[in-house]
Ligand binder design. Structure first.
Ligand code: NAP
Length: 278
């Protein structure tokens, strides 16, 4: 689980651990990781949780992390990764780019999950696993700006956030289109409005708006149930986009053609290839 140190991610780790799953959590700040470890261990004393540290805004750190995760899963879980939850996310109030030249919200909210999934694909396929993307209802009304993906020309933080969430669901669709016949299933979750710190970390106008908006949000343990449902339900749910454990209708922008186009573009941005197993 990425974004496992706070909000929705932390509560999902707690719920999975309380049900006896071995959980690998990803954070990017050592102090937040330590706090999360202590928090989980005190509420679920029998928890089997191991945290890893990586800045998912940087592709080289994702690649390093994937190596660490792979050796853990090979040693402790027979090389089978049953679920990957790409949940780390951020909001930004101004245009910022990573060392790879990618706009922050696109890089973290979508592309980091895409690259991590690609790197862990052998472990996921071996387990006939599940991939879950943290999406948002705000993907509705958004479009992928194919000619200006980073929105360099006219940056609007909210437009960038919504586009990144549309990409999450398009990616889940692309994975299903390519790998469902090999046993892999992908989902996108709309957690609803959740009272977390996500907007407070953004600064500027986003922080001010979020301070008012978050009051109407539910506790993160509410959406955690949907993530756990999608990880463990048997037979596996057959929808693409879920809220409160129920399949929902996604935006009309979610088509096979757009999903395939995004996958190709992402392959170029990360220098990877989503191959079909022999
Ligand atoms: N809250 C909502 O109402 C809502 C609604 C729809 C969708 N979502 C989505 O749900 C997901 C979780 O959000 P949340 O609300 O639970 O917010 P959150 O508490 O801020 O969680 C975000 C997580 O991502 C981590 N993160 C941030 N930057 C990172 C980086 N560079 N590398 C690795 N990890 C990083 C954060 O770690 P630190 O705290 O250490 O920075 C944190 O653990 C996001 O994808 C968000 O877009 C949230």
């Amino acid at each position: 689980m990425t974004g496992a140190t706070s909000g929705i991610g932390l509560e999902t780790v707690r719920l999975l651990a309380s049900r006896g799953y071995r959980v690998l959590g990803i954070g990017h700040r050592p102090d937040a990781i330590l706090r999360a470890e202590n928090d989980i261990q005190s509420s679920v004393p029998q928890a089997s949780v191991r945290y890893f540290c990586a800045d998912l805004l940087q592709q080289r750190e994702i690649l390093h992390l994937a190596g660490e995760l792979t050796s853990d899963v090979e040693t402790n879980s027979h090389g089978r990764l049953h679920a990957l939850i790409n949940n780390a996310g951020c909001a930004r109030s101004r245009y910022m780019t990573t060392e790879d030249g990618i706009e922050h919200q696109f890089a973290l909210n979508y592309l980091s999950g895409c690259l991590l999934t690609r790197e862990l694909l052998p472990l996921l396929l071996k387990a006939r696993g599940r991939v879950i993307m943290s999406c948002s209802q705000s993907h509705k009304g958004a479009k992928v700006h194919w000619n200006d993906l980073m929105l360099r020309r006219r940056y609007n933080p909210l437009t960038a956030y919504k586009q990144s969430k549309l990409c999450d669901i398009l990616f889940a669709k692309a994975l299903n289109d390519r790998y469902r016949s090999f046993g892999l299933t992908a989902y996108a979750v709309d957690p609803g409005l959740v009272n977390t710190d996500i907007g407070s970390k953004a600064g500027g106008i986003v922080k001010a708006v979020w301070r008012l908006r978050r009051r109407h949000g539910v506790h993160p343990r509410v959406p955690a149930k949907t993530y756990v449902f999608l990880c463990q339900e048997i037979p596996r749910p057959c929808g693409l986009y879920y809220h409160a454990c129920r399949a929902q209708v996604p935006s009309r922008e979610v088509t096979g053609e757009q999903a395939g186009r995004l996958l190709q573009l992402s392959e170029r941005l990360c220098g990877i290839s989503f191959e079909v197993p022999a």
